[in-house]
Design a protein around this ligand. Structure first.
Ligand SMILES: [Zn+2]
Length: 456
């Protein structure tokens, strides 16, 4: 592969200290970034590199999403028969748990295809998925992994173990997680070592998991060197269930059952109290904020700034909404201000850090067990992964290191992404998807979703 020099743009470095480099260029060698600097200097230094003109736009690290559900694509526009659900348990029972029971392996694959094409369009280069298809469990993570591999993004996969559908489905979920995790060290070893695919041990949520199931999963995961990916206190009903049945808060229960830790993801954490925040920090457990989903389900406002202040690493996910992480960033920015009645809440630079730096820390923790040489993502720096997106953004006001997050939140959106590169490979150039046939994917998804809606 010849070296690629992406120049004539403003570089946004991301990372722990975001900086802008005007008239900058990035040299890509293989799957990594080999040099960053001024356009003129790098052009002189690397005259043989294939030059890509960013046309005065932005050269940014790829967007990251640390909690998503690729199986959710068929819900778009779907009507739920009867009265509208009144609360979160009803939304699960009447929408998601009916949809996921109807998914076949082919549906799972087609739904993932739709979400992954959307990810590439919106410049998302790595996604952390949480899958459920209780009547088509075996091979479901392979169906998703094949879609991921074909499209060329990075993804971490997990199957949501849950007690809600009986013993056979519990067994199936456990087997699927453990089988898939093992395959990353055998059949899929090359992709896993290259940092393209990873796995967590998936668990649905405390209120659908018995003590016996948690115990089995903890024992299984310990031998496989992975952490867990679980919904935590998304709705207040998860906390009341845990208090009623176990006389413990959700986080305390999960800690006692060895579910927490630096490789684990506690998605949502809307209703955790200060004691639980302390336990998340102490155990270095990651949390993921999903503001669009939380607003849509009317479950409440996650104490994100409190968690960050206590030292919890909080990333940003979409929980099955569109893969447009710029929309998620806008929602995060707005939600806390309204809910707290305080315009100082959740400043733009904090949102930016969650979306890039904190998400990158989560991704590093869950990919590294399978990829010892995992390259940094969420930043453009020498030695980082060549996961790069180009945006057509011309700033109408001064733009600096300090105010860049507010330019992103107030001035940018997914449609500005014109090119997406993962591991040095272009997945989209000038808005043309290069690895997937979007028209075919959407046509097939329309057929399969219509058939699924009819079965419902
Ligand atoms: Zn979720």
């Amino acid at each position: 592969m010849p070296d690629i020099l992406i120049g004539n743009g403003t570089i946004v470095t991301g990372g722990a200290h975001n900086q802008l480099i005007e008239h900058g260029a990035v040299l890509v060698q293989g799957n990594r970034i080999a040099a960053i600097g001024s356009d003129v200097a790098l052009l002189q230094q690397y005259p043989g590199a294939h030059y890509i003109d960013a046309y005065s736009g932005l050269i940014m690290p790829g967007f990251l999403c640390t909690h998503t559900h690729f199986y959710s694509a068929f819900a778009r526009g779907m009507a739920i028969p009867g009265e509208p659900p009144r609360n979160f348990p009803e939304i699960l029972e009447r929408l998601w748990w009916r949809l996921d029971k109807l998914l076949t392996l082919e549906d799972t694959r087609a739904s993932a295809n739709v979400c992954i094409a959307d990810a590439i369009r919106c410049g998302v280069t790595c996604a952390v998925d949480h899958h459920a298809s209780p009547n088509a469990i075996e091979g479901s993570l392979d169906a998703i992994a094949d879609a991921v591999e074909e499209a060329g993004i990075r993804a971490c996969l997990a199957y949501e173990v849950s007690d809600r559908d009986g013993l056979e489905v519990i067994e199936g979920g456990i087997r699927e997680n453990e089988r898939f995790i093992r395959s990353l060290r055998v059949e899929r070893r090359q992709q896993a070592e290259a940092g393209m695919i990873s796995a967590s041990y998936g668990l649905h949520a405390s209120f659908t998991l018995s003590p016996a199931t948690l115990e089995r999963c903890a024992a299984g995961a310990a031998g496989l060197g992975v952490g867990f990916h679980i919904h935590v206190a998304e709705d207040v009903s998860d906390e009341s269930d845990s208090m009623t049945r176990y006389q413990k808060r959700v986080v305390e229960r999960l800690e006692a059952d060895q579910i927490l830790g630096p490789r684990s993801i506690a998605a949502h954490c809307v209703h955790v109290n200060s004691g639980e925040i302390g336990r998340l920090a102490e155990t270095h457990t990651n949390s993921v904020h999903n503001p669009r989903s939380n607003m849509n389900n009317a479950v409440g406002r996650a104490p994100v700034e409190e968690m960050l202040g206590a030292g919890v690493n909080v990333g940003l996910g979409n929980d099955g909404f569109s893969m447009n992480m710029m929309q998620e960033m806008k929602a995060a920015y707005l939600l806390h201000k309204l809910a707290l009645g305080d315009p100082r809440a959740m400043p733009g630079d904090l949102v930016f850090d969650m979306a890039f730096h904190n998400n990158a820390r989560i991704i590093d923790a869950i990919f590294r067990p399978f990829s010892a040489g995992f390259l940094p993502v969420g930043e453009l720096s020498v030695g980082a992964a060549a996961d790069i997106v180009l945006l057509d953004y011309l700033h109408p006001t001064p733009m600096s290191d300090g105010n860049f997050p507010w330019h992103l939140i107030f001035g940018m959106d997914g449609h500005l992404v014109n090119s997406t590169m993962v591991a040095g490979r272009w997945l989209m150039r000038n808005r043309q998807l290069l690895t997937v046939d979007e028209a075919r994917i959407h046509a097939r998804a329309r057929e399969l979703s219509q058939a699924l809606w009819q079965r419902m």
